[in-house]
Design a protein around this ligand. Structure first.
Ligand code: EPZ
Length: 421
């Protein structure tokens, strides 16, 4: 298996282009199931998660054509020929569970494997299922699969989510756009990915009000048509590469990045002493003067600090001046990077959902591995600031969510190489 070798100490300088957002793109791809007409997506990131979802959608009868070397996808679900999303794929990519809402909206039936556990938490799907039940679906669980059916179609209703769930909001939204009558969804996700999904559905003919607020009103329509939609910039890739010059030193311009996508992170980085400037092309991040200052962070649904940037922020705080408390409120097991950072010389004390990080003068390179995408990239970031070589294994996690990671970092002067095993 490949590894990534990072030799720390190089200051960064130059530009990094930000790709289309993974978590937006995956949900938009699922939404293609809602229409007989093709949905064309542009600015598609080249990631293994996109390939995995393509395989699943093809297994359901969708034709997926890659255009411009994979930068655009044309998804045509004229006929849904198979109602089962198999465990083999859903276990590899949890976002596959988001075919359930579109299939229920379009066909009134679906058999979708439960995704199972995950390295960062239990990640239940109960809210996805109770929402469909509230809309009149019958749900049975058999041999690890959700069997959902609504032979006379789904009916609009009022649903208040007990807490914010990105996936449940998006699955329910997709089911509601073709339901009979009006669905009111309360306490919904306001993540840019969810808002982008709503905008794409509106362009396909859906009647949705309130995207980006905590309540959405969806009036069901008879059918959706095709459209072409550009995937927004990946705010987590953007945030990750904003932390790169903050930890390694230097100045990097992130092309296609906008502050509104990462406002909570930008505020924290500025508090820590990093300079952020909006430019014509994106965002410029500059750390000129020595170490950053420690800042406390609590993860929260958007517009709060994203859980998907907590590991990267922890890497930065390991090198900061002072003590930072990082509180994780979204997932119950998302500190798996802490023991690996400790192997690199970090001083981290985890108690329940809080990590107390005392900055050290110098991290040291070490062989490390991680159990999920964001944890893996936090080790790469730590490696940029460490003395000597950091060898990050299980690179397949990174390939799920970071397009051309080594090339982008090499482009700004980082010493990062992929080594085949
Ligand atoms: C999405 O996951 C993202 N994935 C995650 O990104 C991200 O960390 C997360 O939202 C939070 O922002 C995709 O969009 C593909 P949730 P999702 O439903 O939708 C609990 C990455 O690294 N919950 O908002 O699965 C759940 O266990 C990934 O790119 C239930 O209890 O997240 C969690 O504790 C990782 N029951 C919390 O809610 C449910 O039915 C929030 O999860 C649903 C969720």
């Amino acid at each position: 298996m490949d590894s990534i070798v990072v030799t720390g100490g190089a200051e960064l300088s130059g530009e990094i282009p930000i790709a289309g957002a993974k978590n937006t793109c995956l949900k938009l791809m699922c939404a293609a199931l809602l229409s007989e007409e093709p949905l064309t997506l542009t600015n598609v990131p080249r990631l293994s998660d996109v390939e995995t979802l393509t395989t699943l959608l093809e297994s359901l009868g969708t034709e997926v054509a890659s255009v411009q070397g994979g930068n655009s996808l044309m998804l045509s679900a004229a006929d849904i020929t198979n109602m089962t999303a198999h465990y083999d794929i859903v276990r590899k990519l949890r976002a596959s569970f988001n075919v359930l809402g579109p299939m229920m909206g379009r066909c009134g039936e679906a058999i979708v494997s439960l995704p199972g556990g995950c390295a960062i938490g239990a990640r239940k799907v109960d809210l996805h299922l109770t929402s469909l039940e509230a809309m009149g679906a019958k749900i049975d669980l058999e041999e690890g699969y959700v069997h959902a059916s609504a032979p006379t179609g789904l009916k609009g209703t009022e649903i208040e989510f007990p807490f914010v769930s990105v996936g449940a909001t998006e699955n329910t939204l997709c089911a509601a756009v073709l339901a009979k009558g009006t669905t009111v969804l309360k306490n919904v996700a306001r993540e840019p990915d969810t808002v982008a999904l709503a905008h794409c559905l509106i362009a396909m003919g859906a009647d949705i009000e309130g995207a980006g607020t905590s309540e959405m009103v969806i009036r069901g329509v008879d059918a959706l048509h095709g459209t072409t939609h550009r995937v927004i910039s990946d705010r987590i890739e953007l945030g990750t590469y904003m932390i790169a010059p903050a930890i390694a030193g230097g100045s990097v311009e992130l092309i296609g990045g906008t502050r509104d996508l990462v406002a909570a992170l930008a505020d924290k980085l500025e508090e820590a002493g990093v300079e952020i400037t909006e430019t014509d092309k994106g965002l410029k991040v500059n750390r000129a003067n020595g170490r950053v200052k420690s800042v406390d962070v609590t993860t929260a649904p958007f517009p709060g600090f994203p859980t998907d940037l907590q590991a990267q922020m922890m890497a930065l705080m390991c090198t900061a001046d002072g003590v930072a408390n990082l509180e994780e409120t979204i997932f119950e097991n998302r500190f798996m990077h802490a023991p690996e950072l400790i192997r690199m010389g970090a001083d981290i004390d985890v108690h329940g959902g809080t990590a107390k990080v005392t900055g050290v003068e110098q991290l040291r390179g070490a062989p490390v591995m991680a159990t999920d995408l964001r944890a893996s990239v936090s080790l790469i970031l730590a490696g940029l600031a460490a003395e000597g070589e950091t060898v990050v294994s299980r690179v397949y996690h990174l390939d799920r969510g970071y397009e051309r990671l080594e090339a982008k970092l090499q482009g700004v002067g980082a010493k990062v190489e992929r080594v085949a095993a």
